[in-house]
Design a protein around this ligand. Structure first.
Ligand code: ATP
Ligand code: MG
Length: 426
């Protein structure tokens, strides 16, 4: 009879396994510390929001809203969506909780995002971002702060293989005027447009500049450039930002084709890109979105933020082998014999109480000396701590180094505690 097949994970949604989590934790810890040093505070929002929030903030004619959202009706008939990104929910939370009233905010969040894209290397249906948003500051000083902060994060992670690209999208008005010029140009070359671009021509023409289709590149190269149509204020804003980057000696490239996929951006946009990950090379992307809060019904509030893609960042770290190995146990407690078995768990607790910072892994479920030593070796413990029948009776313990040569010592408990304290503090 055919065996019923096992249930598998949803396509494009990954398990992050124990051998991978140390890298994740490392990146998260370094990011958390860096963000904290710059005065950014963590905010946690729900993973589900009303569908309307994303439609209104991201924009109806974007890829995300048109075809990538996980949207469903809940039992009350409300349309809900698994968040495809964090900015919309963050802005919603800030408005709802009064965090934007007469104050500035520097915030960050981390967690899963959901987009129904074609899964491939560096592109998944559940992926993870660390997102950063600052509210109430017009920049460009805070724009520079965020770019410097990301650069510091790469340094702290030992990443050298990312390069910075920046651009300005101008004000909403300047962008609208430029859009008209761009559409006119593209319409004049309608026969050279691919299917995607024809579809976007009137819905989201700026996105055409972002096309990866090689046949479209010549047309895009020759297109009128947004940089030549910026409003004066945006131009000054951008020049000042570039001035900060220059003065700090941070290398960057002005990429006039950097337009970002989401509707709500204005003025500064930036991306950190690598060549080491193939087509999915953007590890971090962001920019200014001064219009969004007002758009969602709040008092107009300037804002700038970015999100980094954890999977891509981690893939990059893995290619560079820049991840420190996770800590291994100081001791593995080998428990042999009936009497020892009853004492084992209690001894382990006593030692954990007496030796702060002790990483002790206890053998559970009995087994021969040999099999327990195998496990001790496998978990890479520095020492085996042996609680045997006779030792248990005498209140003594054996301690045998596993990573270097050396004799087994026999120690009464107070000396054992001293010795373990030394090991932990080495
Ligand atoms: P792309 O052009 O690669 O589709 P995007 O413009 O849609 O990116 P953003 O919405 O700006 O991406 O998200 C910020 C970052 O999140 C990206 O730079 C990337 O590192 C990561 N990211 C976005 N979508 C995915 C995905 N489907 N899988 C993995 N990471 C993603
Ligand atoms: Mg995308």
């Amino acid at each position: 009879m055919a065996k019923s097949s096992n249930i598998q994970a949803v396509r494009g949604m990954n398990d992050i396994l124990p051998q991978q989590t140390p890298t994740w934790q490392h990146v998260e810890a370094v990011a958390r510390a860096t963000l904290q040093d710059y005065g950014y505070q963590e905010i946690r929002m729900p993973i589900l929001e009303k569908t309307e929030l994303f439609k209104r903030s991201i924009g109806e004619v974007t890829d995300i809203v048109e075809k990538e959202m996980y949207t469903f009706e809940d039992r009350n008939g409300d349309s809900l969506t698994l968040r495809p990104e964090g900015t919309a929910g963050c802005v919603r939370a800030c408005m709802e909780q009064g965090l934007l009233y007469n104050q500035v905010q520097r915030l960050w969040y981390a967690g899963p995002m959901f987009r129904h894209e074609r899964p491939q290397k560096g592109r998944y249906r559940q992926f993870h971002q660390i997102g950063v948003e600052a509210f109430g500051m017009e920049g460009p000083d805070v724009d520079a702060e965020q770019i410097f902060m990301t650069a510091r994060l790469w340094r702290a992670l030992g990443l050298a293989e990312v390069r910075l690209e920046v651009n300005s999208l101008g004000s909403q008005e300047a962008r609208a005027a430029y859009k008209a010029i761009l559409v006119e140009y593209l319409e004049a070359h309608h026969d050279q447009l691919d299917e995607d671009s024809r579809r976007r021509l009137h819905s989201n023409p700026l996105r055409i500049l972002d096309s990866k289709n090689p046949d479209m590149q010549a047309l895009i190269e020759a297109a009128p450039q947004l940089a030549d149509h910026l409003d004066t204020e945006s131009r000054d804003h951008f020049q000042t930002l570039c001035g900060y980057l220059d003065a700090a000696g941070l290398e960057y490239r002005i990429n006039p084709r950097l337009v970002r996929g989401l509707d709500y951006y204005s003025r500064s946009v930036f991306e950190w890109v690598t060549d080491r990950l193939g087509a999915q090379g953007t590890v971090c992307a962001g920019g200014r979105y001064d219009g969004l809060v007002g758009w969602l019904g709040g008092r107009p509030t300037p804002a700038v933020g970015f999100a980094l893609g954890m999977e891509r960042l981690i893939a990059l770290l893995e290619t560079l082998e820049a991840v420190p190995p996770p800590p291994t146990p100081h001791v593995y407690l080998v428990v042999a014999g009936e009497a020892a078995l009853t004492q084992g768990p209690v001894l382990a607790e006593r030692l954990r109480d007496a030796v702060p910072g002790l990483r002790l892994q206890m053998n559970c479920g009995g087994g021969s000396f040999k099999s327990q030593f195998k496990k001790a070796d496998k978990c890479q413990a520095a020492y085996a701590l042996i609680l045997g029948e006779e030792e248990a009776a005498r209140g003594e313990y054996g301690l045998k180094p596993l990573r270097e040569t050396g004799e087994q010592r026999v120690l009464p408990e107070p000396e054992l505690v001293n010795y373990l304290t030394e090991i932990v503090n080495q």
